[in-house]
Design a protein around this ligand. Structure first.
Ligand code: TXA
Ligand code: MG
Length: 344
């Protein structure tokens, strides 16, 4: 299959892309978070192709992308007021809501669950494609399973060239990490995955918000987790990733004591002068956390090379999108964290 690159502002892009979805094909879609691997979410055969192209385990459900809040009623029932408030406040945007699924949603999309994730993406061309196709687009991130999510059309082509009919190119993603996921099917809303909308922003709207264990730490492979995807290794370069905490200088001393020619440093822009030329990659500025979110996955992809043994990574701390950046980095590190200012 020849994979076409469709520019977001091309005169016939929305029509061509919608036709791919309607006819059961696979389409790379831009969103403000990461690029998605889209197909008609109501067509089990089309959805199966997503799992095959990604090499994704079939017990890991997909998110349905809708053109607006008014479509949610078609796919979900028993929608609580809290969900409506969240949609009003944060859609279109990087927030996925888990709600009870109607029978029209194929069990292949939900991986057998009776709930479904719904999200209205901010990227206008993608909402246009959903509206023109007349069906919701089921889309996981458009990476090969286990690899960092794609934040450019080039990343999508790297992983999916020849396996999908086209990718719509809207440039680099504005957020850079996947959407925040909130489960609204229980007593208290529960954060299943941090993302572009921070926990404190959710709490201002919801009041109470529980945080799932899978967000906070490593999950045993046989554990029952609410967002099945959280149990799989994610974003993992071939190298071991070790997070080094502590102040800039202390962390640099620790790293330089351990650094071999096969190792690399993944750090903040502000820290580059602390490391020898050619050893360090910056993924953004610590003082501008949104740049860390935009740059993290591209940097992990760049460092995903067989000849790199260990990546010493610097991890930000804080709320908002920083919380999501730290979560993704810790997952990439398998929660391997060392204290730069204490350990030898
Ligand atoms: O930003 C995003 O959410 C991107 C873009 C493309 O929209 N999509 C994305 O999809 O990150 P994916 O499939 O890579 O991650 C979706 C996560 C997985 O961890 C999955 O297990 C969880 O959402 N999920 C999906 N449906 C669920 C459900 N009904 N209940 C619990 N977790 C669910
Ligand atoms: Mg993913």
């Amino acid at each position: 299959m020849n994979t076409n690159l469709l520019p977001a502002d091309g005169p016939d892009t929305i029509e061509r892309a919608a036709e791919i979805i309607r006819s059961g094909g696979l389409l790379g879609i831009p969103t403000e978070t990461v690029y998605g691997l889209g197909a008609n979410g109501l067509d089990p055969d089309a959805v199966l192709k997503i799992f095959e192209a990604k090499g994704r385990p079939q017990d890991n459900p997909l998110i349905l992308h809708v053109a607006g809040p008014e479509q949610v009623e078609r796919f979900c029932h028993d929608i609580p007021d809290a969900a409506r408030t969240l949609m009003e406040r944060f859609w279109p945007g990087p927030l996925t809501l888990i709600l009870p699924a109607r029978d029209v949603v194929p069990r292949r999309t939900t991986a057998g669950l009776d709930t479904v994730g719904v999200r209205c993406p901010a990227t206008a061309v993608t909402r246009g494609i959903i509206a023109a196709a007349g069906v919701p687009i089921a889309a996981p991130s458009a990476n090969i399973s286990g690899k960092p999510s794609p934040t450019t059309a080039a990343h999508v082509l790297h992983d999916m060239d020849g396996k999908i009919e086209a990718v719509v190119d809207a440039g680099p993603c504005a957020v850079g990490v996947e959407s925040t996921i909130v489960d609204l099917t229980g007593q208290t809303p529960r954060l299943l995955r941090p993302g572009g909308i921070g926990p404190e922003q959710l709490r201002t709207v919801l009041g109470a918000l529980e945080v799932d264990e899978a967000v906070l730490g490593e999950v045993a492979p046989d554990a029952v987790v609410r967002a099945p995807g959280m149990k799989y290794t994610h974003y993992t370069p071939q190298a071991d990733v070790i997070i080094v905490t502590g102040g800039r200088e202390a962390a640099a001393r620790y790293i330089l004591r351990h650094l071999t020619p096969e190792d690399r440093v993944l750090c903040f822009q502000e820290e580059l002068p602390l490391y020898p030329e050619g050893t360090a990659t910056a993924y953004g500025e610590e003082t501008r956390p949104e740049t860390l979110a935009r740059g993290l996955f591209a940097a992990l992809r760049e460092l995903d090379r067989a000849d790199i043994r260990t990546i010493y990574a610097r991890c930000p701390s804080g709320g908002g999108v920083t919380y999501a950046v730290a979560n993704r980095l810790k997952k990439a590190a398998g929660f391997h964290v060392v204290k730069g200012d204490e350990e030898p």
